[in-house]
Design a protein around this ligand. Structure first.
Ligand SMILES: [Zn+2]
Length: 381
């Protein structure tokens, strides 16, 4: 009986974690990870269509191009992006490129609920491709053009991924887990793109080595915490009156406010009501005529408040802006969208704070997660 058993699945060499059954060694470190492994078949070149309902910011576009260039020249990339800066979208370009070449593409995240959420986003971003989600209890289909999976499921993909994107690498349970770390090492045969808002020292050190690059995305130059949203629960008309009360308060304090609504018809309806009580507002949506002019006028301070759909979720910076998300428990608002919206507040160095209210019937998973994630990011400033 040899005493130098090395686990073929997780690479464990520590004999303390090696057990023997009928004289055969087995690894205790990864014994909880058992199941079918993915079949590695040669895939043809693919046609890929990337469909986004918004466009990337200039910074996002530049980073996305650099990530693609790195991948082509065999460089591993760490994207160090502040919370709410839209780092996930930065990976879409390289995912599209790798899928088009018929390469094996994976996107791994530590938490199952985030896998489910990202799966939906990627499915709508890549309508022509087979996007597959793999997590505990959901692993009957293991192969596709792009596999979104929990880090726990990486064991099913030994030496498999040509491109592996990983997000939240500094989050539990991936962080500090030897066994998950080695599943990652063993599943990657090509190059990785790692993303984090909160890189640890060891991750930074790793990406300072040759063949690696660190890219940073800071839409918040001032390093002040992102305002933490506050959930306000109210049913029916009470939501309307909450808006009226807040808008009056902000008007008095000479602060502008954006009220986000989930649908185009809601924008019209809510504004029709609010204008009866609070003067000097307007509304925009994708269907609103003269939208650029209204937005420009709002930026110039001509309106006190603006009711808007997601058309203004990104890329608008207004000094001292207050934010209300009306109906934030609507299913169109996942945590990523809510973080983006919350990020509209407090963007200027001389006015880094602001109210963000999630106004809803009940607190949704997305709301809870958005608040948690912003709090988590803020602890690292
Ligand atoms: Zn093992």
């Amino acid at each position: 009986m040899s005493n130098t058993f090395i686990c073929p699945r997780c690479g464990n060499k520590d004999q303390l974690f090696v057990g023997y059954k009928n004289g055969q060694p087995y690894c205790r470190r990864c014994i909880g990870f058992q199941g079918e492994e993915a079949q590695d078949a040669v895939k043809p070149l693919q046609s890929v269509r990337l469909s986004l309902s918004y466009s990337l910011s200039r910074e996002q576009r530049a980073l996305s191009d650099q990530v693609i260039a790195n991948f082509k020249s065999g460089i591993d990339t760490l994207v160090y992006a502040v919370c709410g800066s839209g780092k996930t979208e930065i990976s879409y370009g390289v995912i599209a490129y790798a899928m088009s070449k018929g390469l094996n593409v994976g996107f791994a995240l530590p938490r199952r609920d985030v896998v489910v959420e990202l799966f939906q986003r990627l499915k709508s971003a890549f309508p022509n491709n087979k996007i597959v989600a793999v997590y505990g209890g959901h692993a009957s289909v293991l192969e596709g053009d792009c596999i979104i999976l929990t880090t726990h499921q990486l064991y099913r993909y030994p030496a498999y991924f040509d491109l592996l994107v990983m997000d939240e690498i500094d989050a539990f349970p991936f962080k500090g887990s030897l066994v998950l770390g080695s599943f990652y090492e063993r599943s990657l045969r090509g190059h990785c793109v790692m993303m984090t808002a909160t890189p640890s020292k060891s991750v930074i050190a790793r990406f300072k080595r040759p063949g690696h690059q660190i890219l940073t995305l800071r839409t918040r130059y001032h390093r002040k915490p992102i305002p933490v949203p506050c959930s306000h629960l109210a049913v029916g008309p009470l939501k309307f009156f909450f808006c009226v009360r807040k808008l009056k308060e902000y008007k008095k304090a000479r602060k502008q406010c954006m009220v986000f609504v989930p649908t185009v018809s809601m924008a019209e309806r809510l504004f029709g009501f609010l204008r009866l009580f609070v003067s000097n507002g307007n509304f925009v949506s994708s269907k609103r005529k003269g939208r650029p002019g209204i937005i420009e006028a709002f930026k110039n301070g001509k309106y006190d408040y603006l009711v808007t759909t997601a058309v203004l979720e990104r890329g608008v910076t207004i000094r001292n802006l207050q934010v209300i998300v009306f109906g934030s428990d609507n299913r169109i608002y996942d945590s990523a969208a809510l973080i983006q919206i919350a990020g509209r507040a407090g963007r200027k160095a001389d006015a880094p704070t602001g109210d963000v209210f999630f106004l809803a019937n009940k607190e949704s998973e997305g709301m809870k997660r958005a608040i948690k994630e912003i709090e988590y990011c803020n602890t690292f400033l």
